[in-house]
Ligand binder design. Structure first.
Ligand SMILES: CC(C)(COP(=O)(O)OP(=O)(O)OC[C@H]1O[C@@H](n2cnc3c(N)ncnc32)[C@H](O)[C@@H]1OP(=O)(O)O)[C@@H](O)C(=O)NCCC(=O)NCCS
Length: 175
């Protein structure tokens, strides 16, 4: 399968995404490495899209031909911590390995610092064993800052997580 990465777009979720959403959010392979539970019903997915995705501060559907094949979320810190935000993402398993995750994060990084001019630091916590997610961040010039031992609970196990960051000053020509 050849994917033209110039056709990858990010846009807000819509209720009408529900069937496409179920095709990846209902897949254990995709949810295994994120905090979401695997969706098992269309109704549950529709409620989640309406009540969580659409109202989220910055959650975008990764799309090909305007159809949802994944998500990127950026969640801001509050109060004095609004200088930083956390990024998370997933892509439908049938599209893995074609550069879509890397492209989606590239689009999100270039957009979020425009949308939120106060943002200085975008950070990601990644399971040390999640090689593909680590590569997505490294290919987008996130810096690996360190290993947080037994830091987070994910799918029944306490994990060692790596923390990565991209700063507004990391754009070429910035300081
Ligand atoms: C992480 C994820 C978004 C990557 O998406 P993707 O579209 O496959 O990413 P890319 O095609 O841009 O590939 C990124 C890197 O992962 C590698 N990769 C892709 N699929 C892989 C696989 N199944 N096994 C090992 N490496 C893989 C690619 O080769 C590439 O590495 P390279 O630069 O060394 O060639 C996707 O695997 C996913 O949705 N995983 C489940 C959810 C998840 O882990 N989210 C991140 C939580 S922090």
């Amino acid at each position: 399968m050849e994917i033209d990465l110039s056709t990858i777009t990010l846009r807000p979720f819509r209720s009408t995404d529900v069937d496409d959403f179920m095709s990846w959010a209902g897949d254990d392979q995709v949810t295994r490495s994120i905090r979401w539970e695997t969706f098992t019903s269309r109704e549950e997915a529709l409620t989640f899209i309406k009540e969580v995705c659409i109202t989220h501060p910055w959650r975008r559907s990764i799309c090909i031909g305007d159809r949802s094949i994944g998500f990127v979320s950026i969640f801001p810190g509050s109060g004095d911590d609004r200088c930083r935000a956390d990024i998370g993402y997933a892509v439908a398993a049938k599209y893995w390995g074609h550069g879509i995750g890397t492209k989606a994060v590239e689009i999100a990084v270039s957009q979020i610092f425009k949308d939120w001019p106060h943002l200085v630091r975008l950070q990601a916590y990644v399971d040390v064993e999640n090689q593909s997610s680590r590569r997505v961040l490294e290919r987008n010039k996130f810096q690996k800052e360190g290993l947080l031992r037994k830091y987070g609970f994910l799918k029944g196990k306490i994990r060692d997580l790596l923390v990565y960051s991209f700063l507004s000053a990391d754009f070429p020509g910035q300081e």
